[in-house]
Write a protein that binds this ligand. Structure first.
Ligand code: ADP
Length: 374
C-alpha cells in the first residue's frame, strides 16, 4: 500500500467514525415528510458547509476517471420538485445513517439541491444501493406524514368538536345548579354539582390536551391581544367553581381594578390559570380557602394563586413542572390528574416571556406566582 493510500484509508476511517458519531442523533426532520426537528446544530453546520462545497465538486475515482455526481444531483432535483408544493420546506435536512443524505436549502438566492451518500462527500456513490434506500426511505416518510396528519386531525376533532357540545352541557348544568331555572331540592343540587365537577374536569382535560398538541407544533405562535385581567381570572375561576363548591373551598378574588388589561394569548393564558386554580382546589382539604390576586410591578404583573393545602415536599419541587410528573404523596396519589398541568403553565408563561414560581410549606399551603410582562 502506498503512503497516499494509507493516508486515504486513515482519513476515510476517521471520517466514517465522525459521521457515525454525528449522525447518531441527527434524525432531524423539518420537511414535508416528517415534522419534528431534532437537529444536532453543530453537525448541521458542518454538513452544510461540506455539501455546499461538494456541490461544486466532482470526484476522482481510484482508476483515475472523473466522477460527476449526476445521480445525486438528479435525485436532488426530484426531491426539490416535489418539495415545491410545500411551503414549509426550508433548511430541510434528512440524514440516514450511512445511506442517503438529501438536503434542500430554500435560500435566497436559491442553492441547487443535492443528494449524496454520506460517505461520498469525499468518496464514491453506489448508485443502485442509494436508489433503493431512497425509495424505501421515501415510502416511510410518506407513511409518517400520513400518520402525522391523522394524528393532528384526531386532535382537532377531539378538542374542537368535543368542546362545543360540552360547553352547551356545562351552560345548562350551571343554570340548573345556580337556581336560574327554578328552585332545586338539596339532594338534586348535590347531584348536579357532581355532574358540574365532572363536566369541568373534562373541559380541563380537553383544554390541556389541545394545549399540549399546540406546544408540540414547531411554530408556537402567540396571538396576543389586550384582555381585562379581572375577566381572565373570572373565566378561570368559573372552571373550578363547582369543584370548590363541592369541597366548600372559598375562592377569594382580590383584583386591583386600576390594572385593567394585559397583552396575552387569552386562550392559552386561561388554560394556564385554570391549571393553577384547579391544583389549588384539588390539593387542599375541604373548607379551606384559595386566594387569587394580582400584584402589579413596574413593567410586569404577577398573578398569584395561594392555597392552604397539603403543600409540596421540598424534594418534589424541582420536578413538578416536568411533563407527566405527578407527586408521590398519598394526597396526590388519591387525586386524579395527568401530570400535564404545571408543565403547560410553565411553557405558556415562558412563551409569553414570563415565568412561574412556587413557594410551598408542606402541611400549610402553596403559593404559585405567574409573572408576566405587562
Ligand atoms: P397533576 O395535578 O395532574 O398531577 P400538575 O402538573 O398540575 O399535575 O402537578 C404536578 C404535581 O405537583 C402534582 O401531582 C402535585 O403533586 C403537585 N402540585 C401541583 N400543584 C399543587 C398545589 N397547589 N398543592 C400541592 N401540590 C401541588
Amino acid at each position: 500500500m502506498s503512503a497516499d493510500d494509507r493516508l486515504a484509508s486513515v482519513i476515510r476511517a476517521h471520517q466514517e467514525r465522525m459521521v457515525d458519531d454525528l449522525t447518531s442523533d441527527l434524525w432531524g426532520f423539518d420537511g414535508p415528510w416528517l415534522r419534528r426537528a431534532y437537529p444536532n446544530k453543530a453537525a448541521l453546520r458542518l454538513f452544510m458547509e461540506a455539501f455546499v462545497e461538494a456541490l461544486r465538486r466532482s470526484f476522482t475515482k481510484r482508476d483515475g476517471k472523473q466522477f460527476v455526481n449526476e445521480y445525486g444531483v438528479s435525485l436532488g432535483r426530484r426531491y426539490a420538485e416535489e418539495a415545491r408544493d410545500y411551503d414549509d420546506v426550508y433548511n430541510s435536512l434528512i440524514v440516514m445513517k450511512n445511506s442517503l443524505l438529501p438536503f434542500i436549502l430554500k435560500a435566497d438566492p436559491p442553492i441547487e439541491p443535492l443528494i449524496l451518500r454520506l460517505t461520498d462527500v469525499l468518496f464514491l456513490l453506489d448508485h443502485e444501493v442509494a436508489r433503493r434506500y431512497y425509495e424505501v426511505e421515501k415510502t416511510q416518510h410518506a407513511q409518517f406524514a400520513e400518520l402525522d396528519i391523522l394524528k393532528s386531525g384526531f386532535m382537532r376533532l377531539t378538542t374542537h368538536e368535543l368542546r362545543r357540545p360540552l360547553s352547551v352541557f356545562r351552560g345548562y348544568v350551571s343554570m340548573i345548579e345556580s337556581g336560574d331555572l327554578g328552585e332545586v331540592p338539596a339532594d338534586v343540587h348535590k347531584a348536579i354539582l357532581k355532574i358540574a365537577v365532572s363536566a369541568n374536569e373534562m373541559t380541563k382535560l380537553i383544554d390541556d390536551l389541545a394545549e399540549v398538541g399546540r406546544l408540540e407544533q414547531p411554530d408556537k405562535v402567540l396571538r396576543r391581544e389586550p384582555y381585562p385581567v379581572d375577566q381572565l381570572i373570572k373565566d378561570a375561576v368559573e372552571v373550578v367553581r363547582a369543584e370548590a363548591l363541592a369541597k366548600k373551598i372559598a375562592i377569594i378574588e382580590r383584583i386591583d381594578p386600576s390594572r385593567t388589561t394585559i397583552q396575552v394569548d387569552i386562550d392559552r393564558m386561561r388554560v394556564a390559570l385554570q391549571n393553577l386554580l384547579s391544583n389549588a382546589v384539588k390539593y387542599s382539604p375541604p373548607e379551606s380557602s384559595v386566594e387569587v390576586r394580582v400584584e402589579p410591578q413596574r413593567g410586569a404583573l404577577t398573578i398569584v394563586v395561594e392555597d392552604q393545602g397539603y403543600g409540596i415536599p421540598a424534594e418534589e419541587v424541582p420536578h413538578i413542572f416536568d411533563k407527566y410528573y405527578r407527586g408521590v404523596t398519598p394526597e396526590t396519589q388519591n387525586t386524579p390528574g395527568t401530570g400535564l398541568g404545571l408543565y403547560i403553565v410553565k411553557q405558556i408563561a415562558e412563551l409569553h416571556g414570563g415565568r412561574v414560581e412556587v413557594v410551598s410549606d408542606p402541611g400549610k399551603g402553596s403559593t404559585f406566582r405567574l409573572r408576566l410582562e405587562a
